[in-house]
Write a protein that binds this ligand. Structure first.
Ligand code: PRP
Length: 175
């Protein structure tokens, strides 16, 4: 089986946008230390590149969660598979995600994080697919707004493949 992939954002375009986001975050958090929370697996590539573009003191933490649901839609019932290593009370939390789709996963995760008493929690997502939204989520920093299509690359998978692509593309599945 091979899938046809049409490039939507090239590696250069993504790099440029990440540099812009990093500069904006650096300005907004001036004088503060950020605790970046990368949501595995999809956000790993984005978080690494973004972190390098933020010129501030930073801790990096990782969470992994699974959302019960069918293959194409999360249910909003989220299980934490890997939790943060340290308490976040009083810290400036920047959650980094690859995509906000229905918003169910992030809505649940943000509530969990806010309950732990951080100074503040902001969200940065590489991609936003607003046409699919079911639950309102405020995205403080957005890389690209995309239509409702199957996309993969730059950390995002299609049936667990293509996370390693250096670009983002639309998948045209072939069987
Ligand atoms: C994806 C993505 C978000 C979530 C978005 O994760 O990384 O966490 O789905 O969907 P939602 O807005 O509809 O809740 P996935 O469960 O595919 O895991 P992965 O990051 O390991 O690929």
């Amino acid at each position: 089986m091979t899938d046809k992939i049409d490039v939507v954002y090239t590696e250069d375009e993504i790099d440029k946008r990440i540099a812009e986001l990093g500069a904006q975050i650096t300005r907004d958090y001036k004088g503060k230390e950020i605790t970046m929370v990368c949501i595995l697996k999809g956000a790993a590539s984005f978080a690494c590149e973004l972190a390098k573009r933020i010129d501030l003191p930073m801790e990096m933490e990782y969470m992994r969660c699974s959302s019960y649901g069918n293959e194409t839609e999360s249910s909003g019932v989220v299980k934490i598979d890997l939790d943060l290593d340290h308490p976040i009370r009083g810290k400036h939390i920047l959650v980094v995600e690859d995509i906000i789709d229905t918003g169910r996963t992030m809505s649940y995760l943000l509530d969990i994080l806010k309950d732990r008493g951080p100074a503040d929690v902001k969200l940065c997502s590489l991609l936003d697919k607003p046409d699919r939204r079911v639950v309102d989520v405020t995205i403080d920093y957005t890389g690209f707004v995309i239509p409702d299509e199957f996309i993969a690359g730059y950390g995002l998978d299609y049936a667990q493949k293509y996370r390693n692509l250096p670009y983002i593309g639309v998948i045209d599945p072939e069987v």
